[in-house]
Design a binder for this molecule. Structure first.
Ligand code: URP
Ligand code: ZN
Ligand code: ZN
Length: 474
Protein backbone atom coordinates (compact mmCIF):
# COMPACT_ATOMS: atom_id res chain seq x y z
CA UNK A 1 0.00 0.00 0.00
CA UNK A 2 1.12 3.55 -0.69
CA UNK A 3 -0.14 6.48 1.35
CA UNK A 4 0.07 9.37 -1.13
CA UNK A 5 0.90 12.92 -0.02
CA UNK A 6 0.73 12.09 3.66
CA UNK A 7 0.98 15.07 6.01
CA UNK A 8 3.25 13.22 8.40
CA UNK A 9 3.24 14.42 12.01
CA UNK A 10 5.73 12.85 14.38
CA UNK A 11 6.87 13.81 17.87
CA UNK A 12 9.51 16.09 16.39
CA UNK A 13 8.59 17.07 12.82
CA UNK A 14 5.77 17.75 10.36
CA UNK A 15 6.34 17.23 6.63
CA UNK A 16 4.67 15.89 3.51
CA UNK A 17 5.70 12.63 1.84
CA UNK A 18 4.52 9.29 0.46
CA UNK A 19 4.72 6.20 2.68
CA UNK A 20 5.18 2.72 1.21
CA UNK A 21 4.00 -0.21 3.33
CA UNK A 22 4.91 -3.82 2.68
CA UNK A 23 4.73 -6.95 4.85
CA UNK A 24 3.22 -5.02 7.79
CA UNK A 25 6.00 -2.42 7.93
CA UNK A 26 6.97 0.95 6.55
CA UNK A 27 9.56 0.19 3.85
CA UNK A 28 10.04 3.64 2.27
CA UNK A 29 9.25 7.27 2.96
CA UNK A 30 9.85 9.77 0.16
CA UNK A 31 8.41 11.91 -2.56
CA UNK A 32 6.74 10.35 -5.61
CA UNK A 33 7.31 6.77 -4.47
CA UNK A 34 6.55 4.29 -7.20
CA UNK A 35 5.55 0.72 -6.64
CA UNK A 36 3.65 -1.16 -9.31
CA UNK A 37 0.57 -2.92 -8.04
CA UNK A 38 0.40 -1.20 -4.67
CA UNK A 39 -3.00 -0.02 -3.40
CA UNK A 40 -3.02 3.76 -3.22
CA UNK A 41 -4.67 5.78 -0.47
CA UNK A 42 -4.95 9.56 -0.82
CA UNK A 43 -3.77 10.67 2.62
CA UNK A 44 -3.69 14.38 1.74
CA UNK A 45 -6.91 15.42 3.54
CA UNK A 46 -5.57 14.10 6.85
CA UNK A 47 -2.67 14.22 9.27
CA UNK A 48 -0.75 10.93 9.29
CA UNK A 49 0.37 10.11 12.82
CA UNK A 50 1.87 7.02 14.45
CA UNK A 51 -0.91 4.96 16.05
CA UNK A 52 -1.62 5.78 19.67
CA UNK A 53 0.25 3.79 22.33
CA UNK A 54 -1.68 3.46 25.60
CA UNK A 55 0.61 2.00 28.27
CA UNK A 56 -1.96 1.95 31.06
CA UNK A 57 -5.07 -0.21 30.61
CA UNK A 58 -6.87 -2.81 32.72
CA UNK A 59 -8.85 -5.26 30.58
CA UNK A 60 -10.60 -8.21 32.22
CA UNK A 61 -9.09 -7.32 35.60
CA UNK A 62 -10.45 -8.55 38.93
CA UNK A 63 -10.54 -5.51 41.22
CA UNK A 64 -12.70 -4.20 44.06
CA UNK A 65 -14.85 -7.35 44.23
CA UNK A 66 -15.68 -7.44 40.52
CA UNK A 67 -14.00 -7.55 37.08
CA UNK A 68 -13.49 -4.67 34.64
CA UNK A 69 -16.26 -4.67 32.06
CA UNK A 70 -14.08 -4.63 28.95
CA UNK A 71 -12.23 -7.80 28.11
CA UNK A 72 -9.28 -7.88 25.72
CA UNK A 73 -11.55 -8.18 22.69
CA UNK A 74 -14.01 -5.37 23.43
CA UNK A 75 -11.37 -3.14 25.00
CA UNK A 76 -8.90 -3.39 22.12
CA UNK A 77 -11.67 -2.86 19.55
CA UNK A 78 -12.58 0.35 21.41
CA UNK A 79 -8.90 1.33 21.48
CA UNK A 80 -8.54 0.74 17.72
CA UNK A 81 -11.65 2.74 16.88
CA UNK A 82 -10.22 5.62 18.93
CA UNK A 83 -6.88 5.55 17.06
CA UNK A 84 -4.80 3.52 19.53
CA UNK A 85 -2.87 0.68 17.89
CA UNK A 86 -1.04 -0.71 20.91
CA UNK A 87 -1.92 -1.18 24.57
CA UNK A 88 0.20 -2.36 27.46
CA UNK A 89 -2.02 -3.93 30.12
CA UNK A 90 -1.25 -5.01 33.69
CA UNK A 91 -0.98 -8.66 34.74
CA UNK A 92 -1.31 -9.04 38.52
CA UNK A 93 0.74 -11.35 40.72
CA UNK A 94 -1.65 -13.26 43.01
CA UNK A 95 -0.94 -13.16 46.78
CA UNK A 96 0.69 -16.60 46.70
CA UNK A 97 1.60 -16.88 43.04
CA UNK A 98 4.63 -16.23 40.89
CA UNK A 99 5.17 -13.54 38.28
CA UNK A 100 5.38 -16.10 35.48
CA UNK A 101 2.02 -17.57 36.53
CA UNK A 102 0.47 -14.09 36.40
CA UNK A 103 1.96 -13.42 32.99
CA UNK A 104 0.61 -16.73 31.67
CA UNK A 105 -2.81 -16.14 33.20
CA UNK A 106 -3.07 -12.75 31.46
CA UNK A 107 -1.75 -14.14 28.18
CA UNK A 108 -4.51 -16.78 28.30
CA UNK A 109 -7.09 -13.97 28.52
CA UNK A 110 -5.54 -11.88 25.75
CA UNK A 111 -3.91 -14.04 23.08
CA UNK A 112 -6.11 -14.45 19.98
CA UNK A 113 -8.60 -11.92 21.35
CA UNK A 114 -6.95 -8.58 20.62
CA UNK A 115 -7.75 -6.24 17.73
CA UNK A 116 -4.35 -4.52 18.03
CA UNK A 117 -0.90 -5.42 19.33
CA UNK A 118 -0.51 -5.61 23.08
CA UNK A 119 2.06 -6.08 25.81
CA UNK A 120 1.99 -6.71 29.55
CA UNK A 121 3.45 -5.02 32.61
CA UNK A 122 3.59 -7.03 35.82
CA UNK A 123 2.03 -5.79 39.08
CA UNK A 124 4.22 -7.05 41.92
CA UNK A 125 2.51 -7.66 45.27
CA UNK A 126 5.10 -9.77 47.06
CA UNK A 127 8.68 -8.55 47.04
CA UNK A 128 10.64 -11.62 48.14
CA UNK A 129 13.74 -13.37 46.80
CA UNK A 130 11.89 -15.68 44.37
CA UNK A 131 9.99 -12.68 42.93
CA UNK A 132 13.16 -10.64 42.52
CA UNK A 133 14.85 -13.60 40.80
CA UNK A 134 11.84 -13.99 38.51
CA UNK A 135 12.11 -10.37 37.42
CA UNK A 136 15.33 -11.31 35.64
CA UNK A 137 13.52 -14.12 33.78
CA UNK A 138 10.67 -11.83 32.76
CA UNK A 139 12.96 -9.05 31.55
CA UNK A 140 14.77 -11.59 29.37
CA UNK A 141 11.39 -12.73 28.03
CA UNK A 142 10.15 -9.23 27.16
CA UNK A 143 8.37 -7.87 30.24
CA UNK A 144 10.50 -4.92 31.24
CA UNK A 145 8.17 -2.80 33.41
CA UNK A 146 6.82 -3.60 36.89
CA UNK A 147 4.14 -1.72 38.81
CA UNK A 148 3.97 -1.42 42.59
CA UNK A 149 1.46 0.26 44.90
CA UNK A 150 2.04 2.52 47.89
CA UNK A 151 -1.78 2.50 48.30
CA UNK A 152 -4.42 -0.17 49.06
CA UNK A 153 -2.98 -1.63 52.32
CA UNK A 154 -3.69 -5.34 52.74
CA UNK A 155 -4.40 -5.73 49.02
CA UNK A 156 -1.63 -4.37 46.82
CA UNK A 157 0.49 -2.12 49.02
CA UNK A 158 4.19 -2.90 49.45
CA UNK A 159 6.48 -1.45 52.14
CA UNK A 160 9.11 1.24 51.59
CA UNK A 161 11.84 -1.35 52.15
CA UNK A 162 10.29 -3.54 49.48
CA UNK A 163 10.18 -0.59 47.09
CA UNK A 164 13.89 -0.06 47.70
CA UNK A 165 14.62 -3.70 46.85
CA UNK A 166 12.43 -3.56 43.76
CA UNK A 167 14.14 -0.42 42.53
CA UNK A 168 17.66 -1.79 43.05
CA UNK A 169 16.81 -5.04 41.24
CA UNK A 170 14.95 -3.34 38.40
CA UNK A 171 17.63 -0.78 37.74
CA UNK A 172 20.31 -3.50 37.67
CA UNK A 173 18.22 -5.24 35.01
CA UNK A 174 17.54 -2.02 33.08
CA UNK A 175 13.82 -2.41 33.89
CA UNK A 176 11.46 0.38 34.94
CA UNK A 177 9.40 0.45 38.14
CA UNK A 178 5.99 2.13 37.82
CA UNK A 179 4.67 3.52 41.10
CA UNK A 180 1.08 4.12 42.21
CA UNK A 181 1.90 6.95 44.61
CA UNK A 182 -0.71 7.54 47.29
CA UNK A 183 -0.16 7.09 51.04
CA UNK A 184 -2.30 3.99 51.69
CA UNK A 185 -2.30 3.95 55.52
CA UNK A 186 -3.24 7.63 55.82
CA UNK A 187 -6.05 7.19 53.28
CA UNK A 188 -7.29 4.12 55.19
CA UNK A 189 -7.42 6.18 58.40
CA UNK A 190 -9.29 9.01 56.67
CA UNK A 191 -11.76 6.52 55.18
CA UNK A 192 -12.39 4.94 58.62
CA UNK A 193 -12.94 8.37 60.12
CA UNK A 194 -15.41 9.39 57.39
CA UNK A 195 -17.37 6.15 57.59
CA UNK A 196 -17.36 6.39 61.41
CA UNK A 197 -19.09 9.78 61.05
CA UNK A 198 -21.70 8.28 58.74
CA UNK A 199 -20.24 9.94 55.64
CA UNK A 200 -20.81 7.17 53.16
CA UNK A 201 -21.63 8.95 49.89
CA UNK A 202 -19.50 8.72 46.76
CA UNK A 203 -18.01 12.20 47.07
CA UNK A 204 -16.12 11.10 50.20
CA UNK A 205 -13.86 9.07 47.94
CA UNK A 206 -12.33 12.40 46.94
CA UNK A 207 -12.40 13.92 50.44
CA UNK A 208 -10.44 10.98 51.88
CA UNK A 209 -7.69 11.07 49.23
CA UNK A 210 -6.39 14.65 49.53
CA UNK A 211 -3.56 15.92 47.34
CA UNK A 212 -1.08 15.69 50.22
CA UNK A 213 -1.42 11.88 50.28
CA UNK A 214 -0.26 11.85 46.66
CA UNK A 215 2.48 14.45 47.04
CA UNK A 216 3.95 12.69 50.09
CA UNK A 217 4.04 9.30 48.34
CA UNK A 218 5.66 10.76 45.22
CA UNK A 219 8.30 12.54 47.33
CA UNK A 220 8.95 9.35 49.34
CA UNK A 221 9.34 7.19 46.24
CA UNK A 222 11.74 9.75 44.77
CA UNK A 223 13.85 9.59 47.96
CA UNK A 224 13.81 5.80 47.87
CA UNK A 225 14.88 5.81 44.23
CA UNK A 226 17.78 8.08 45.24
CA UNK A 227 18.70 5.59 47.97
CA UNK A 228 18.59 2.89 45.29
CA UNK A 229 21.37 4.66 43.41
CA UNK A 230 19.07 6.86 41.36
CA UNK A 231 17.04 3.97 40.00
CA UNK A 232 14.63 5.05 37.24
CA UNK A 233 11.06 5.43 38.40
CA UNK A 234 7.80 6.15 36.51
CA UNK A 235 4.83 7.67 38.29
CA UNK A 236 1.49 6.49 36.95
CA UNK A 237 -1.67 8.63 36.96
CA UNK A 238 -0.22 11.86 38.38
CA UNK A 239 -3.17 14.11 39.22
CA UNK A 240 -1.95 17.18 41.12
CA UNK A 241 0.25 20.26 40.92
CA UNK A 242 1.96 19.32 44.22
CA UNK A 243 2.94 15.84 42.97
CA UNK A 244 4.15 17.32 39.68
CA UNK A 245 6.28 19.88 41.56
CA UNK A 246 8.07 17.02 43.36
CA UNK A 247 8.68 15.30 40.01
CA UNK A 248 9.98 18.50 38.42
CA UNK A 249 12.35 19.09 41.35
CA UNK A 250 13.78 15.57 41.08
CA UNK A 251 14.22 15.90 37.32
CA UNK A 252 15.88 19.29 37.69
CA UNK A 253 18.34 17.57 40.03
CA UNK A 254 19.14 15.05 37.30
CA UNK A 255 17.23 12.06 38.68
CA UNK A 256 15.73 9.66 36.10
CA UNK A 257 12.11 10.27 37.06
CA UNK A 258 9.31 9.87 34.49
CA UNK A 259 5.61 10.48 34.78
CA UNK A 260 2.22 10.18 33.13
CA UNK A 261 -1.08 11.83 33.68
CA UNK A 262 -4.38 10.56 32.31
CA UNK A 263 -7.02 12.01 30.01
CA UNK A 264 -9.54 12.50 32.81
CA UNK A 265 -7.20 14.56 35.00
CA UNK A 266 -6.67 17.10 32.22
CA UNK A 267 -10.30 17.23 31.03
CA UNK A 268 -12.33 17.04 34.24
CA UNK A 269 -12.21 18.51 37.74
CA UNK A 270 -13.37 17.66 41.26
CA UNK A 271 -16.55 19.65 40.59
CA UNK A 272 -17.86 16.28 39.27
CA UNK A 273 -18.06 14.99 42.85
CA UNK A 274 -20.86 17.47 43.56
CA UNK A 275 -23.14 15.58 41.13
CA UNK A 276 -26.48 14.58 42.71
CA UNK A 277 -27.27 11.13 44.12
CA UNK A 278 -24.86 8.35 43.27
CA UNK A 279 -23.68 10.07 40.03
CA UNK A 280 -20.32 10.94 41.63
CA UNK A 281 -19.49 7.20 41.61
CA UNK A 282 -18.93 7.48 37.86
CA UNK A 283 -15.82 9.53 38.67
CA UNK A 284 -14.41 7.30 41.40
CA UNK A 285 -10.84 6.53 40.42
CA UNK A 286 -7.58 6.82 42.33
CA UNK A 287 -6.17 9.37 42.69
CA UNK A 288 -9.44 11.32 42.38
CA UNK A 289 -10.12 14.26 40.07
CA UNK A 290 -8.53 17.47 41.36
CA UNK A 291 -9.09 21.23 41.10
CA UNK A 292 -8.97 23.41 37.99
CA UNK A 293 -5.66 24.77 39.29
CA UNK A 294 -4.22 21.25 39.32
CA UNK A 295 -5.56 20.72 35.81
CA UNK A 296 -3.82 23.89 34.58
CA UNK A 297 -0.55 22.73 36.17
CA UNK A 298 -0.82 19.34 34.45
CA UNK A 299 -1.32 20.98 31.04
CA UNK A 300 1.74 23.12 31.69
CA UNK A 301 3.68 19.99 32.66
CA UNK A 302 2.57 18.25 29.48
CA UNK A 303 3.57 21.24 27.37
CA UNK A 304 6.96 21.92 28.91
CA UNK A 305 8.24 18.49 29.80
CA UNK A 306 7.40 17.80 33.47
CA UNK A 307 5.14 14.97 32.26
CA UNK A 308 6.05 12.46 29.56
CA UNK A 309 2.88 10.52 28.80
CA UNK A 310 -0.90 10.75 28.64
CA UNK A 311 -2.46 7.33 29.21
CA UNK A 312 -6.08 6.32 29.75
CA UNK A 313 -5.86 4.16 32.91
CA UNK A 314 -8.85 2.48 31.25
CA UNK A 315 -10.50 0.56 34.10
CA UNK A 316 -14.25 0.46 33.37
CA UNK A 317 -16.99 -0.58 35.77
CA UNK A 318 -20.64 -0.46 34.71
CA UNK A 319 -22.70 2.20 36.51
CA UNK A 320 -26.40 1.44 36.07
CA UNK A 321 -28.79 -1.46 35.97
CA UNK A 322 -29.72 -3.10 32.74
CA UNK A 323 -26.48 -3.08 30.79
CA UNK A 324 -26.66 -6.29 28.72
CA UNK A 325 -25.03 -9.16 30.55
CA UNK A 326 -23.33 -7.11 33.22
CA UNK A 327 -24.25 -6.16 36.80
CA UNK A 328 -24.30 -2.56 38.09
CA UNK A 329 -20.71 -2.69 39.31
CA UNK A 330 -20.29 0.80 40.78
CA UNK A 331 -23.39 0.03 42.88
CA UNK A 332 -21.26 -2.24 45.07
CA UNK A 333 -20.51 0.97 46.95
CA UNK A 334 -23.94 2.54 47.06
CA UNK A 335 -23.98 2.44 50.88
CA UNK A 336 -20.22 2.81 51.42
CA UNK A 337 -18.01 4.84 49.07
CA UNK A 338 -14.96 2.75 49.97
CA UNK A 339 -16.57 -0.24 48.22
CA UNK A 340 -17.06 1.54 44.88
CA UNK A 341 -14.68 -0.19 42.45
CA UNK A 342 -11.98 2.34 41.56
CA UNK A 343 -11.54 3.09 37.90
CA UNK A 344 -13.02 4.80 34.85
CA UNK A 345 -13.34 4.13 31.11
CA UNK A 346 -11.30 6.03 28.52
CA UNK A 347 -9.27 3.94 26.09
CA UNK A 348 -11.50 4.99 23.17
CA UNK A 349 -11.54 8.70 24.02
CA UNK A 350 -7.89 9.36 24.87
CA UNK A 351 -6.70 10.67 21.51
CA UNK A 352 -9.82 12.64 20.62
CA UNK A 353 -10.25 14.32 24.00
CA UNK A 354 -6.58 15.27 24.39
CA UNK A 355 -6.54 16.57 20.80
CA UNK A 356 -9.65 18.62 21.62
CA UNK A 357 -8.49 20.14 24.88
CA UNK A 358 -4.77 20.01 24.12
CA UNK A 359 -4.14 20.77 20.44
CA UNK A 360 -7.37 22.44 19.27
CA UNK A 361 -7.52 24.60 22.40
CA UNK A 362 -3.85 25.57 22.10
CA UNK A 363 -2.34 23.96 25.23
CA UNK A 364 0.17 21.78 23.32
CA UNK A 365 1.46 21.52 19.77
CA UNK A 366 0.35 18.67 17.55
CA UNK A 367 3.91 17.25 17.67
CA UNK A 368 3.90 17.30 21.46
CA UNK A 369 0.51 15.53 21.38
CA UNK A 370 2.05 12.75 19.27
CA UNK A 371 4.98 12.58 21.70
CA UNK A 372 2.70 12.28 24.75
CA UNK A 373 0.21 9.80 23.33
CA UNK A 374 2.45 7.64 21.15
CA UNK A 375 6.22 8.13 20.91
CA UNK A 376 7.10 8.71 24.57
CA UNK A 377 5.00 5.82 25.89
CA UNK A 378 6.55 3.59 23.22
CA UNK A 379 10.04 4.62 24.37
CA UNK A 380 9.26 4.09 28.04
CA UNK A 381 7.71 0.70 27.31
CA UNK A 382 10.71 -0.45 25.25
CA UNK A 383 8.90 -0.77 21.91
CA UNK A 384 10.25 2.28 20.06
CA UNK A 385 10.65 2.64 17.07
CA UNK A 386 8.67 -0.51 16.27
CA UNK A 387 5.72 1.49 17.65
CA UNK A 388 5.31 5.22 18.17
CA UNK A 389 7.33 6.23 15.12
CA UNK A 390 7.02 6.78 11.38
CA UNK A 391 10.40 5.61 10.10
CA UNK A 392 11.55 2.93 7.68
CA UNK A 393 11.30 -0.36 9.56
CA UNK A 394 8.54 0.68 11.97
CA UNK A 395 5.36 -1.36 12.10
CA UNK A 396 2.80 0.27 9.81
CA UNK A 397 0.65 1.32 12.78
CA UNK A 398 -0.67 4.54 11.32
CA UNK A 399 -3.65 6.78 11.83
CA UNK A 400 -5.07 9.13 9.23
CA UNK A 401 -6.37 11.82 11.56
CA UNK A 402 -9.08 14.27 10.55
CA UNK A 403 -8.36 17.39 12.62
CA UNK A 404 -11.52 19.20 11.56
CA UNK A 405 -14.14 16.59 12.44
CA UNK A 406 -16.50 17.61 15.25
CA UNK A 407 -19.01 15.56 17.19
CA UNK A 408 -20.70 15.45 20.54
CA UNK A 409 -19.58 12.57 22.78
CA UNK A 410 -22.35 10.03 23.42
CA UNK A 411 -21.98 6.83 25.44
CA UNK A 412 -24.55 5.12 23.24
CA UNK A 413 -22.20 5.50 20.26
CA UNK A 414 -19.10 4.12 21.94
CA UNK A 415 -17.45 0.73 21.58
CA UNK A 416 -16.22 0.46 25.18
CA UNK A 417 -18.43 -2.05 27.03
CA UNK A 418 -19.80 0.35 29.56
CA UNK A 419 -22.95 2.38 30.04
CA UNK A 420 -21.51 5.86 30.53
CA UNK A 421 -18.86 8.17 29.16
CA UNK A 422 -16.91 10.64 31.29
CA UNK A 423 -17.18 13.28 28.56
CA UNK A 424 -20.89 12.86 27.74
CA UNK A 425 -22.19 15.83 25.78
CA UNK A 426 -18.79 17.50 25.34
CA UNK A 427 -17.84 18.59 21.85
CA UNK A 428 -14.88 16.60 20.51
CA UNK A 429 -12.59 17.89 17.76
CA UNK A 430 -10.68 15.46 15.55
CA UNK A 431 -11.25 11.79 14.80
CA UNK A 432 -9.30 8.89 13.40
CA UNK A 433 -10.58 8.50 9.82
CA UNK A 434 -8.50 5.38 9.08
CA UNK A 435 -6.61 3.28 11.61
CA UNK A 436 -4.00 0.80 10.46
CA UNK A 437 -2.39 -1.90 12.53
CA UNK A 438 0.68 -3.48 10.87
CA UNK A 439 -0.63 -2.33 7.50
CA UNK A 440 -4.17 -3.72 7.92
CA UNK A 441 -7.04 -1.27 8.18
CA UNK A 442 -8.78 -2.02 11.48
CA UNK A 443 -11.11 0.99 11.78
CA UNK A 444 -12.72 3.57 9.48
CA UNK A 445 -14.54 6.63 10.77
CA UNK A 446 -15.12 5.05 14.18
CA UNK A 447 -16.30 1.74 12.78
CA UNK A 448 -14.31 -1.38 13.57
CA UNK A 449 -13.45 -3.29 10.40
CA UNK A 450 -10.64 -5.56 11.65
CA UNK A 451 -10.58 -9.08 13.02
CA UNK A 452 -10.12 -9.82 16.72
CA UNK A 453 -7.19 -12.26 16.52
CA UNK A 454 -5.13 -9.77 14.51
CA UNK A 455 -3.36 -8.31 17.58
CA UNK A 456 -0.06 -9.88 18.57
CA UNK A 457 1.73 -10.08 21.89
CA UNK A 458 4.76 -7.78 22.05
CA UNK A 459 7.98 -8.88 23.69
CA UNK A 460 9.57 -5.65 24.80
CA UNK A 461 13.11 -4.37 25.16
CA UNK A 462 14.36 -2.65 28.30
CA UNK A 463 13.40 1.01 28.06
CA UNK A 464 16.23 3.47 27.48
CA UNK A 465 15.85 5.19 30.85
CA UNK A 466 18.67 4.19 33.20
CA UNK A 467 21.75 6.22 33.97
CA UNK A 468 24.58 5.05 31.70
CA UNK A 469 26.93 5.02 34.69
CA UNK A 470 24.74 2.59 36.57
CA UNK A 471 24.11 0.29 33.62
CA UNK A 472 27.88 0.06 33.01
CA UNK A 473 28.50 -0.85 36.65
CA UNK A 474 25.66 -3.40 36.54
O1 URP B 1 -8.66 3.96 40.13
C1 URP B 1 -7.85 3.44 39.40
N1 URP B 1 -6.80 4.12 38.99
N2 URP B 1 -8.03 2.17 39.01
C2 URP B 1 -7.14 1.39 38.25
C3 URP B 1 -6.09 0.75 39.08
C4 URP B 1 -4.92 1.65 39.28
O2 URP B 1 -4.57 1.93 40.40
O3 URP B 1 -4.31 2.08 38.29
ZN1 ZN C 1 -2.64 2.80 40.08
ZN1 ZN D 1 -4.41 1.80 36.48
Amino acid sequence: MILRNANIVTDCASYSSDILIRDERIVAIGEHLDHTGADEVDASPYLTIPGGVDIHTHMDMPFGGTVTSDDFETGTIAAAVGGTTCVIDFAIQSPEGSLVEARDQWLAKAVDRCAIDFGLHLIVRRVDDPTLREMRVLVAEGITTFKVFLAYPGVFMITDADLLRMLVTASDLGALVMVHAENGPIIAALVDEALGQGQTSARYHSVTRPVETEREAVARAISISRLAGEAPVYFVHVSSRAALDEIRRARAGGQPVFAETCTHYVLLSDERYTAPGFEAAKYVMSPPLRSLDDQAALWRGLATGGLDVISSDHCPFVFGEGYPGLPAQKALGIDDFSKIPNGVPGVEDRLTMTFTRGVAAGEITVNRWVALTSSNPARLAGIYPQKGAIVVGSDADLVLWDPTFRRSIRAEQQHMRIDYNLYEGMEAVGEPAIVMSRGSIVARHREYVGRPAHGRYLKRMVPAVGLARRLKEG
